[in-house]
Structure formats: structure tokens, C-alpha cells
Design a protein around this ligand. Sequence first.
Ligand code: TXA
Ligand code: MG
Length: 361
Amino acid sequence: MKQQAATVADHTAIAAAATILEEGGLVAFPTETVYGLGADAENPAAVARIYQAKGRPNDHPVIVHVAPGAALDYWVADIPDEARQLVAAFWPGPLTMILKRASHIPDAVSGGQDTVGIRCPSHPVAIALLSAFKGGKGGVAAPSANKFGNVSPTTAQHVRDEFGLDEQDDGATDGEACSGALLSTVLEGGPSQVGIESTIVDLSRLATHGPVLLRPGHISAQQIADVIGAMPAAPDQAAPRASGTLESHYAPRTPVTMLPQAELAAALAQLQARGVKVALIGHALPAQSPSSPSQRLLPAEPAGYAYGLYAALRDMDQTGSDLILVETPPQDAAWLGVNDRLRRSVFGSAGVIASLLKTEM
Ligand code: TXA
Ligand code: MG
């Protein structure tokens, strides 16, 4: 499962990237969850370039990434005790908090809402970048470094693939025609260890709604409850908009569908008999031909599965298959983050097996 070893960005590359950010440019950088596409959170023109590069609607808020020990009250208007408790327990780490924003946070970051999403990532390259940028006092606004709606990148190569950059190319030399031209540099940090995006908990409406889990992730609702003494609720109608919560997201180009293990073999036989090319992702499926390039077996435990999931979706998307078939993972709480991402990858592909059986021959 481990991708080939990459040379992690050194001090010089990180310092150069911090300068690019300070000058209003974009930098892609590794975090422990997924790679981010960063810009100076206090420079609206720089943040606008993120939206442009991603092809993302500009009313969607972006997360502000801060260095360890950053002054939370610089970014946030009211800091509830719960936020301080979560910072002490989980930062640096894969937890984003939604809080009332300080007045100088640009609309471009908050999506025009009165809140800001904030997190301190634990990846050493991210920490070094955030500590170098504005002497550790700045914030880097960064969504995942993928085109809008696509699968999030968990390696530097995924980012280069996403924006059409060459390995040696730092993106700056390609001219305007290249879609990666807005992106100046991709910092290398090896494969992201968590593999799915941070848990998002909304603490901006505690008095009326209590804590709300906007996006499940590696840090579970139970772990949050253990720290703040209240279980985060599922999102309600009034919850702030979050693009990762749109129904269709994290989707490869190839249609994706899920089937329980008991139904896989029969469906596969039927599809293959009709000449349909199927790529498979499983965690327990009996390998038909274990070495097949269009099959990926992921670990049968949620952390290992999450680590490999996005790379597997990307790799299976490259196989020229008509369909990516995923063996339905276990449904218990520990798998919530994985199932949330898979459900969104599958969205829009309902009925795809039936239609492939009808049309292909
Ligand atoms: O793990 C992560 O969170 C990664 C890495 C790069 O840190 N970032 C990430 O960003 O996943 P993005 O933009 O792909 O997803 C962030 C989510 C979006 O759904 C966005 O709408 C939501 O966070 N968000 C950001 N600020 C918010 C706010 N003020 N209120 C509600 N949702 C917010
Ligand atoms: Mg994203």
C-alpha cells in the first residue's frame, strides 16, 4: 500500500514557499489528512486565486491553517471553553473548528458567513511552512488541492496530476495556458497519513444548537464528546454550508457503486459476461486475481482503509474501466468517515449497473 518514498521538502523549499505565500501566490502543501492548496488568508486577491485554480464557487468558505501556538483570539471573536479544550486535546491534528470569526477575516475566506473554520495541522512540512510564513503569525487558507468535486489528493503527485504540472516543473514556468499556472509550487511531504479530510465540528452556535459534527473524520464524535462533555449532533438545516457536504463530492470520473460482499461475485460475473470492464476496491473480497491492476485490496480496519482510499479511487479511475465497484465497508461508527466519503463518491451513479447491463455487449 505504501507509495514509493518521496524526498520531503527541505528547509530551503519551505522558506521559498513561505515567501510565495507572503507575495500573494499559491502553494500546495502536505497535511496529515490530504494536501492543501494554500494562500494568505488575509489577502483576498490571493484567496480568490484558490477559487480560480480549483474551479470552485467563490461563496464556499475555506479553512484557515495556523501554526502550533498561534493566537486563536486573533482569528476568532468568541472562544468558548470547548474550543480551548479541543485545541489542547487534538492540535496539531486532523480537527477543524467552526467559530465566530474576527472582523478582519475576509469574506473570501468565510464565504460571507460570520464564522471561520480553523485548524492546526500536524504534518511536519505543514508546521514548518506555517511557522515560516509571516513568522508563524499568519494564517493559510487552504481547501484540498484538487479541482472542485474531485477526489482529494493524498500525495504530491496527485496534486501535480490534478493541475497538469510536471514533476520537475514548479508550475511557474508553464505560461498562462497551463491550468497549473496559478499554482507556483507543490511541497513534497510523502503520502498523507490520515488520508481523508479533517473532522469538522461547529462550535459557533453552542448556546442554541450545542456542538455539531459537520464532517466526520479520523477524530470521532465520541473522542470530541470525551473532551468537551457533549456529543456533537448530526448537521441540521441551519448548519453552515460546507462544500464537502454537498451530495456529490470526492468523485472519480468513472462511475462508482457499492455492493455488499455477498452480491459482488454474482454482479461481477454478470457484468463481465456482458463485456463491462470493472475495477474493484475491497477490504475482504476474495481476490479473483490478486495481482490484477484493476483491483485494490485495502486494510479491513478503518484507519488503514482511509489511508489508502483516495489513492485507490484515483488508481482505479486510471484503469479505463466502465465501473468502479466497491465492496461495502462495515457500517459501525469507526467507519463513519470512510462511509461518508464513499457515499459521496457513489452519488449520481445510482442504477449504473442496470444501465451497463442494458447497453454494453
Ligand atoms: O483536512 C482538511 O480539512 C483539508 C486540509 C487541506 O486541511 N482541507 C479541506 O478543505 O478539506 P476543503 O475546503 O476541501 O473542505 C473544507 C470544508 C468545506 O466543506 C468548507 O465548506 C468547510 O470546510 N468550511 C470551511 N469554513 C467553514 C465555515 N466557516 N463554516 C462552515 N463550513 C466551513
Ligand atoms: Mg475538498
